[in-house]
Ligand binder design. Structure first.
Ligand code: 6PG
Length: 472
């Protein structure tokens, strides 16, 4: 009997997706290339470590692996993004037949997925670039899946994807065809961008609670836990509570972790994409910049010795400030999400991808890292509005929270605590809802030094004007 699906790459995600598919009764072949100089056969080890697995065959050479698959062959790539994917595709082409389906489930850059879709189309291989979210546990017990590329490819593998995906709050699988070309990986990239923003927001709020209000980690965990009972509930907040409660020899483990945040690219790619498409993206850019800044620990150590930045703590009415922090967090989360979805809106329109935001929010209500109560609310909201900021409920919420966000940012800065994401959130929000900006002055300056011309507010002719600014 031939296998229904083959998985290439037995790293954390590949292995767990394999276990998930196998648990759902799928006949599988798994492959991991043989590591030069290593005795161990990685795919075989997966079998050895999981003796209950049935209908799973392990390979460390491609030919036997590909021959074990039923036709049309369905191959899921779970290997590191970048050159490795192109290399693997080239090797696979020898064994792929017209109509076979290749799915890339890594965190590939979406433009690479668009290129690969077109390249493989010429070879009559059906390509599906698929975002996969949920980390190790998600992959094993139910990820959120964002397949894009050729729809026919998605249709062929849909039953398998639906079997392994998480269930949304209404019981439907968290998988949906996203759109053509690299749309699946694009949406996953924006998911990660929002993920960076949500993580940074929690980190800044934690920092203010810990160092400004001087609460203990257990007190902070208790506050965050109480927020979990409100519409602030989210997976990232939930894991933060667990992290804060983790002790080593009675001390918070958190205090032993070096404050240098790593990143694998998706957050920065989103910023680059926002620049390319001219989308205002300050708040989520700030989450990437904060990670970049954190990575410069040696510089920060030297500079802090020179500036001794003064931090004044513990002078607030704690309870009142905590309430404002909660409101500030509510506002920031709405602004974060609006920013990510506005990037998707722009790119979808420019590429004619026709992204369905309500459906994207739906498949993000479970399985993925940014699942939250807010995401559940967005499923309905996007049926009425394409911009969160223009939705009446969001307007009411932001109107009631914005002054608390401003207050929190003001206090934080006054007392010497950096809050780049929170302050960018209020700035981006105020900028977005201000009808008349000082960009008229920018236009005048451009015209002054470079004759770049400007348009006038007292005519709608669309005409360009230039002024001789210097009195001769
Ligand atoms: C997910 C995550 C995942 C991501 C890691 C690390 O949705 O499961 O987004 O895909 O790769 O969280 O990302 P960074 O290393 O860039 O933080």
């Amino acid at each position: 009997q031939l296998s229904e699906i083959g998985i290439i790459g037995m790293g954390v995600m590949g292995k767990n997706l394999a276990l998930n598919l196998a648990a759902k009764g799928t006949a599988l072949s798994i492959y991991n290339r043989h590591m030069p100089g290593k005795e161990e056969k990685i795919a075989e080890k997966v079998l050895a470590d999981n003796p209950d697995l049935q209908q799973v065959r392990a390979y460390d050479e491609l030919e036997g692996f590909m021959e074990s698959l039923e036709s049309p062959k369905k191959v899921l790539l779970m290997i590191p993004a970048g050159a490795a994917v192109d290399q693997q595709i080239e090797e696979l082409l020898e064994y792929l037949n017209p109509g076979d389906i290749l799915i890339d489930g890594g965190n590939s850059f979406y433009k690479d997925s668009s290129t690969r879709t077109h390249y493989l189309q010429k070879k009559q291989v059906v390509y599906v670039g698929m975002g996969v979210s949920g980390g190790e546990e998600g992959a094993r017990f139910g990820p959120s899946l964002m397949p894009g590329g050729e729809k026919a490819g998605f249709v062929s593998v849909k039953p398998y994807l639906e079997k392994i995906a998480a269930r949304d709050f209404r019981g439907k699988p968290c998988v949906s065809y996203i759109g053509p070309e690299g749309a699946g990986h694009f949406v996953k990239m924006v998911h990660n961008s929002i993920e960076y923003g949500e993580m940074q927001a929690i980190a800044e709020i934690y920092s203010l609670m810990r160092h400004y209000l001087q609460l203990s980690v257990d007190e902070i965990a208790a506050y965050f836990q109480s927020w979990m009972d409100s519409d602030l509930s989210s997976y990232l907040l939930e894991i933060t509570v667990a992290i804060l409660r983790k002790k080593e020899n009675g001390e918070p483990l958190l205090d032993k972790i070096l404050d240098q945040a790593a990143q694998k690219g998706t957050g920065g790619w989103s910023v680059a994409t926002a620049l390319e498409f001219g989308v205002p993206y300050g708040v989520l850019s700030e989450a990437v910049m904060a990670r970049n800044l954190s990575a410069r620990k040696p510089f920060r150590m030297i500079a802090s010795g020179l500036y001794h930045p003064e931090k004044i703590s513990g002078i607030e009415d704690r309870e009142a400030f905590l309430q404002k922090l909660q409101a500030a967090y509510q506002a920031t989360r709405i602004i974060n999400h609006d920013t990510g979805f506005s990037l998707m809106l722009e790119v979808s329109e420019k590429n004619n991808w026709n992204l369905n935001f309500s459906e994207i929010a739906r498949i993000w209500t479970n399985g993925c890292i940014i699942r939250s109560r807010l995401m559940e609310e967005l499923v309905d909201l996007f049926q009425e509005s394409s911009r969160i900021l223009l939705n009446p409920e969001a307007v009411a919420a932001l109107k009631s929270y914005q002054s608390d966000l401003s207050y929190v940012v003001g206090q934080a800065l006054q007392h010497g605590f950096p809050v780049p994401l929170l302050s960018s959130a209020i700035n981006c929000f105020l900028g977005a809802v201000t009808a008349n900006s000082p960009a008229n002055l920018i236009q005048a300056q451009r015209d002054y030094f470079g004759a770049h011309t400007y348009q006038r507010t007292d005519t709608d002719s669309g005409e360009s004007f230039h002024t001789e600014w210097k009195d001769s």
